[in-house]
Design a protein around this ligand. Structure first.
Ligand code: DX5
Ligand code: ZN
Length: 216
């Protein structure tokens, strides 16, 4: 089953709680929390306090935390404690990527590895066995509302051809149209910001994507 994870970056910050309630009622499977340090990417966003607040208000909702940090190692334990269910680090970060992935699993969380558009799958081929999910960036990380990069779906096919059986997620510019090549290529989770928080009828968007899955 395809997981649909709203990216909180696109939420109305003055009304985030009710925006989330609306998307969970519409059929979203969890929440994607984008964490930015202003160094790995040229933007700042949320910190662990958001995960703590989410865990309090939505105790049973899956939290998928995407660390766009130069030094994620410094924050993994903090996000685990704050309520993350999955923590994704970037292949391009500083430090011992394998050590961090194993540490995330030691904390009994799902370990994810993300690729920026310019990073090939080959760069992480030796780490796939340590990963529960791979997050393919379909835009340059840093900002919501950008245009989907269709060539990135080749990475999904390559990952599947290498035998990766974990979750493959796409992130950036995903909507009901651009979801099609993602799912066709073998993605089984979609991060969607603008396309869900900006929609008048998110349930229709989610239903359309699940219908698509049945036809592939
Ligand atoms: C980009 C983030 C994405 C992004 C998705 O750095 O990782 O999660 O906000 O938002 P949309 O769907 O609006 O591109
Ligand atoms: Zn993200």
């Amino acid at each position: 089953m395809l997981d649909i994870l709203p990216s909180l970056l696109a939420a109305d910050l003055m009304d985030m709680g009710s925006g989330i309630e609306r998307l969970l009622a519409a059929g979203a499977d969890g929440l994607h929390v984008d964490v930015m340090d202003g160094h790995f990417v040229p933007n700042l966003s949320f910190g662990p306090a958001l995960c703590t607040a989410l865990r309090k208000r939505f105790p049973y909702t899956y939290q998928d935390v995407h660390l766009m940090l130069s030094q994620p190692e410094r924050y993994i334990d903090t996000f685990a404690k704050a309520g993350a269910d999955a923590i994704t680090i970037h292949a391009e970060c500083e430090g011992d990527v394998s050590g961090m992935l194993l540490h995330i699993r030691d904390l009994h969380l799902k370990a994810g590895l993300s690729l920026k558009p310019g990073t090939p799958v080959e760069a992480i081929a030796d780490k796939l066995f340590m990963c529960d999910l791979i997050l393919i960036m379909t835009v340059e990380p840093g900002f919501g509302g950008q245009k989907f990069m269709p060539d990135m779906t080749q990475k999904i096919r390559l990952l599947r051809s290498l035998g990766f059986q974990g979750k493959i997620m796409t992130d950036g510019g995903v909507n009901a149209e651009t979801a099609v090549p993602c799912v066709e290529a073998g993605a089984d989770a979609l991060v969607m910001g603008t396309a869900l928080f900006g929609s008048d009828d998110p349930a229709a968007v989610i239903d359309r994507i699940h219908a698509l899955e049945k036809n592939i």
